[in-house]
Write a protein that binds this ligand. Structure first.
Ligand SMILES: C[S@@+](CC[C@H](N)C(=O)[O-])C[C@H]1O[C@@H](n2cnc3c(N)ncnc32)[C@H](O)[C@@H]1O
Length: 276
């Protein structure tokens, strides 16, 4: 039996992902394979590597190349108040319940460069809840975490961010939340001091607290069903009774047996509440 080129590439990819997991602890083995292969090919083109085995040789011996590969494999697209309807649903359905607690813990899992965590801080501030809140914003990419911690975003993204803020139900002057300098924007300290940024890997790390709100939006879309199930178990171990779980618009609770534990608020906004 002769193997085809694509069979060989599949074997090489499996070996590469296993090697990365054993060497660095990053576990991409259960990420959606088609998307992983697309990104590996891009990395190989950009770095002039003819085969997946050549790529393996490079990243296993060079941790700087490995960090670059993590950047390529993690899709970082984000924006403030992304999917404005989701934030409207949060205001309408979650805030009244959150107002009844003396202290709030919120987890933004897969926070990318921080925009989602700052959006949440702004929403809590406007609803009078920021003072009693602590937001934990995590990502497995150290580069993302460092960027998020800096509280800096590009000035050119602020037009979209401001439009999203207004569509999400914001009614203040958005510029009161940041100062702009040299083509960049930095969020005000009263927002950033309420957010703890840290590295956390949803595949390999454990639950670290109990949260009234967990947002994990546009992250699990890159995982296969087995990994989505693993992450849902992690969230189930981390969510407080009657806590809220926000997923991305194209994401669903998996496995289906978990669905009866949650009720969905809003019209397809993917804001769930643990009810059982
Ligand atoms: C498309 S971004 C979504 C950002 C933000 N949640 C949003 O909806 O705008 C996906 C993020 O998930 C992060 N990510 C991917 N795999 C992860 C893992 N295993 N653990 C933690 N974060 C992960 C990526 O680094 C990236 O920042």
């Amino acid at each position: 039996m002769t193997s085809t080129r694509s069979d060989i590439q599949d074997i090489e990819t499996t070996l590469l992902l296993q090697g990365i997991q054993q060497t660095y602890g990053y576990d991409f083995r259960e990420y959606a394979r088609a998307s992983v292969i697309r990104r590996l090919r891009k990395f190989m083109r950009d770095h002039d590597l003819p085969t997946v085995s050549a790529l393996q040789n490079r990243v296993l011996h060079d941790s700087a190349a490995m960090s670059k590969l993590v950047d390529t494999l993690s899709v970082n697209v984000t924006s403030m108040f992304r999917d404005a309807e989701f934030y409207q649903a949060l205001r309408k359905h979650a805030i009244p319940r959150l107002q009844t607690y003396p202290y709030l813990r919120l987890w933004v899992a897969g926070c990318s460069t921080g925009e989602e965590a700052y959006s949440l801080a702004i929403l809590l501030h406007e609803e009078g809840l920021l003072e009693k809140s602590r937001i934990y914003a995590t990502d497995f990419s150290d580069k993302n975490v460092q960027r998020a911690k800096s509280g800096i975003v590009a000035l050119k993204s602020m037009k979209t961010n401001t439009q999203n803020y207004i569509r999400a139900g914001g009614h203040r002057d958005f510029s009161e939340y940041y100062s702009a300098k040299y083509g960049q924007v930095i969020f005000k300290k009263f927002l950033s001091e309420k957010i703890s940024f840290a590295q956390h890997n949803l595949v390999t790390d454990q639950s670290f607290n109990e949260f009234h709100v967990i947002l994990c939006r546009n992250v699990m879309i890159y995982f296969n069903k087995k990994l989505q199930e693993h992450v849902m178990h992690l969230f189930n171990d981390s969510i407080a009774p009657l806590g809220f779980l926000g997923l991305g618009v194209k994401e669903a609770i998996f496995p289906t047996s978990f669905r009866k534990l949650y009720s969905e608020h809003g019209d397809g906004t993917r804001l769930f509440q643990l009810v059982n």
